[in-house]
Design a binder for this molecule. Structure first.
Ligand code: SAJ
Length: 422
């Protein structure tokens, strides 16, 4: 089959490449001309394990090329961003623009698939009316489905193949056609439903995680008040066969989990109280973390103290800083007038003047090390080496990343988020 994939970002590009190396002729489209040129030259404008060699294979085989304009195809796949605006409402401009862009090219028998995460009803209420402008009969001449991406950055190629997929068509035929297409490389089960349910499924997966993390964060804040270590309490509770509490931390980052719950809140604000409360709880965690840093300095009588922030990416072992809680913590430290340095072995370019690529430099004269991301490198830090550069041996671990015991042995005062005991 011939495919036209609109959006060549974190999802669209790996998906295009997968289809191309599985025997489909793929035409990739992106409004970003630089990205288009790079892709055609087998260069990456985004990072993903295994993408480089697969892109080269797809381009060399002649099965994949990119341009800034769509062209006719059997199947159109839309994989564009769907962010939220400042006021927490969904910005569907990219989805609408991408759908409008393909209208001149769709013809009888075509299938249009939306992969972007969207508020439930977007396919029915936004895409269908736009595609009607083609003059084709929706559901008879042209077929439409939502097949949400569910892959995790860093493991995209493995998860594209192994994960189950949810496919929701505007009718049976649309679902069936979409299933047949993805069966080409998906080894997981493909579950069929309607378009609005598929939209709901994707949004509630991420909302479930957000609410669960908010619960964990609330437990962390309660534990600090009552002499409990929340990490230990959660670990023990999770031995129960029907309990699975997530982990606390300095906040929820990335462009999915901190965004998608708002899609439900926007549609039914009165009925989504827990969802909104959870979002606000998680958004409050960077402030809670910064307040703790201030308290630690005060309790030790340190004036004009210096803090070394370890970890800038939004989660462990990746280089992605989008919506990272670390950036929010830093903002709060600036507001409080607390001086700091930052260090992250996964982030290559310096984003701020006080960021350094050199760990010793970040630690020089520091009073407190604050661990905000549980990178493997941090778990293996040698306390003695860290302490030897510092003015005071204090560490504040917000991810429970550091092993118990060894830091205390090196004379550190260790504070854990959610643990009142130390
Ligand atoms: N976090 C916690 N506590 C936890 C788990 C995560 O504080 O117990 C924080 C992380 O530190 C990070 C944020 O939440 O800041 C999000 O990280 P994540 O690993 O939970 O998720 P993402 O955003 O990388 O990817 C999610 C995945 N969704 C689910 O697992 C339900 C992925 O499968 C989706 O494809 C992706 O969102 C997406 O694109 O929607």
């Amino acid at each position: 089959k011939s495919l036209c994939v609109v959006g060549l970002g974190y999802i669209g590009l790996p998906t295009s490449v997968m289809f191309a190396i599985n025997g489909h002729k793929v035409h990739g489209v992106d409004v970003n001309e630089t990205a288009v040129n790079m892709v055609n030259n087998k260069q990456l404008h985004i990072e993903e394990n295994g993408l480089e060699e697969r892109l080269a294979e797809a381009v060399d085989s002649g099965m994949f090329k990119a341009s800034t304009e769509p062209e006719e195809a059997d199947v159109f796949i839309i994989a564009v961003p769907s962010p939220i605006r400042e006021d927490k409402t969904a910005n569907l401009d990219y989805v609408r623009n991408a759908t409008e862009a393909i209208v001149p090219y769709v013809k009888k028998g075509n299938l249009v698939i939306l992969e972007s995460t969207v508020p439930p009803r977007t396919v029915e209420d936004v895409m269908v009316p736009v595609l009607e402008r083609s003059g084709l009969n929706i559901g008879e001449d042209i077929f439409i489905a939502h097949s949400p991406e569910r892959v995790i950055p860093g493991k995209v190629f493995q998860e594209l193949v192994d994960n189950d997929r949810i496919v929701g068509g505007i009718n049976e035929k649309s679902s069936q056609m979409t299933k047949e297409l993805y069966e080409g490389f998906v080894k997981g089960n493909i579950h069929l439903t309607d378009a609005t349910t598929a939209e709901m499924v994707k949004v509630i997966e991420n909302t479930y995680r957000d609410v669960n993390i908010a619960f964990a964060n609330e437990l962390a804040m309660i534990s600090e008040k009552i002499g409990v270590n929340a990490w230990e309490a959660i670990r023990l509770a999770n031995f129960h066969p029907r309990v699975n509490i997530h982990t606390p931390g300095p906040g929820v980052g990335g462009h999915c989990i901190a965004v998608d719950p708002w899609f439900l809140a926007e549609i039914e604000p009165e009925l989504s109280k827990i969802i909104q409360l959870s979002r606000n709880t998680n958004d409050h965690m960077p402030t809670f973390t910064a307040n703790k840093i201030e308290e630690i300095l005060k309790s030790k009588g340190i004036t004009d103290g210096k803090v070394a922030i370890f970890g800038l990416s939004f989660k462990a072992n990746i280089d992605d800083q989008r919506e990272s809680p670390s950036l929010e913590v830093i903002k709060k430290l600036v507001e409080k007038g607390i001086s700091f340095t930052t260090y992250d072995p996964h982030i290559k370019e310096n984003v701020a003047s006080n960021q350094t690529q050199d760990m010793d430099e970040a630690l020089d004269q520091a009073d407190v090390v604050v661990v905000l991301t549980d990178h493997n490198e941090f778990k293996e830090l040698e306390p003695e080496r860290v302490g030897s550069k510092m003015n005071n041996r204090i560490v504040f671990d917000t991810k429970n990343a550091l092993p118990l015991g060894t830091w205390e042995d090196a004379g550190f005062m260790i504070k854990r988020l959610g643990d009142s005991k130390n």
